[in-house]
Design a protein around this ligand. Structure first.
Ligand SMILES: *Cc1c(COP(=O)(O)O)cnc(C)c1O
Length: 356
């Protein structure tokens, strides 16, 4: 087994419709031009004006006092876990959470925390599930210090936590003395889909971050926000993890561009996801989980083709989607795919299923 990702398979045709992930969005020419004219300085010394401007904008957008720029969403989660918790602490999160499944057990390796997965439909738990997971305070029990939610719930189907449900779980956590953290990798998708303010969704959370390298279309970057005291301590982890940058304003400029140009258009991705879902639902043997944002999960069992097998076959026709489990595929809409691409992808998947 290898831990490094494979290099691209040169025998495959170029991608025509890439629904693999919104992480595969490419910076536009206008975004690159914004990067070229960015004012730069040494971020570690507090001298990069573009990063300061970005952090101020994101803190205001999320309703928090302060923010810190980090290279990735994973580093935001890891810095937040380490800032909120001490080794041996327990973190509550949904059992499908990214921090549990997809960060190479960084919570255990870096912060030294134990993450307990909560049950609940479509990536979400309710206040009752949080209450049921609370432990008594005695020397046998793991000290519980943090509740984490994911907005949107990625593996849950890109579902949107309603503002009231977020407030309810945060309230239970705070009452029990736990801090709260929101993995907002796709918080802006959620806000656009629900017509809610990102700050209202994040209101009950002591820390929250957004990713820029997904639907917002930048090559790298994420911003973690919270109280001034929290961000001050998170800076130590940024430094420790190697996330303190030098002339990082060159990428922060792309993020500022994305805030100005790429938020409202997420609604197009959501409309394309709906179109994709209804196209896929008409293919015999495929069942689709109703999308709420830009992620479309579907089950291939009725076609007799495992998701990975179907993915391989359509990839040879220039169409990509990702595989979540044996029979579950995930297709993700983003600024690199338009309605014609959606129709083409549906046609290619339909033909692959028919030929099976
Ligand atoms: C992508 C993602 C992350 C990690 O973000 P990176 O920028 O890829 O490190 C964390 N949480 C969720 C829910 C994600 O979808």
């Amino acid at each position: 087994m290898s831990f490094a990702p494979p290099r691209p398979d040169a025998s495959l045709p170029p991608l025509v419709v890439n629904l693999f992930s919104d992480t595969q969005t490419l910076p536009s020419r206008a975004m690159k031009e914004a990067m070229m004219s960015a004012a730069l300085g040494d971020e570690q010394m507090g001298d990069d004006p573009t990063i300061w401007a970005l952090c101020d904008r994101v803190a205001a957008l999320l309703g928090k006092e302060a923010a810190v720029f980090l290279p990735s969403g994973t580093m935001c989660n890891q810095a937040a876990l380490a800032t909120h918790c001490r080794p041996g602490d327990e973190v509550l999160a949904h059992r499908t959470a990214h921090i549990l499944s997809s960060e190479a057990s960084g919570g255990a390796a870096i912060a030294g925390v134990q993450i307990t997965g909560l049950p609940g439909e479509r990536g979400q738990f309710d206040a009752e599930a949080v209450r049921a997971a609370l432990r008594s305070h005695d020397r046998h029990a793991p000290p519980q210090t943090l509740l984490e939610v994911e907005q949107t719930a990625n593996a849950g189907g890109g579902t949107v936590w309603p503002v009231e449900k977020l407030a309810a779980v945060a309230e239970v956590a705070h009452t029990a003395g736990l801090a709260t953290h929101m993995d907002g990798a796709r918080l802006l998708n959620a806000a656009v889909a629900a017509g809610a303010a990102p700050a209202d969704m994040a209101a009950g959370f002591d820390s929250v971050w957004i990713d820029f390298s997904k639907g917002l279309g930048t090559p790298v970057g994420a911003v973690l926000a919270g109280s001034s005291a929290f961000i001050d301590r998170a800076w130590q982890w940024k430094q420790r993890l190697g996330g303190a940058l030098r002339q990082g304003g060159i990428v922060a400029a792309a993020c500022l561009y994305a805030l100005d140009h790429n938020i409202d258009r997420l609604a197009e991705d959501h409309a394309n996801a709906k179109a994709l879902a209804s196209g896929l639902a008409q293919i015999p043997g495929i069942t689709v989980e109703t999308p709420e944002t830009n992620l479309v999960f579907f089950n291939t069992r009725g076609t007799g083709l495992a998701a990975v097998e179907l993915a391989k076959r359509v990839r040879r026709q220039g169409v990509a989607f990702s595989v979540n489990s044996a029979w579950r595929g995930r297709a993700c809409t983003h600024l690199g795919v338009d309605r014609a691409g959606i129709e083409q992808a549906v046609a290619v998947i339909r033909a692959a299923v028919a030929a099976a």
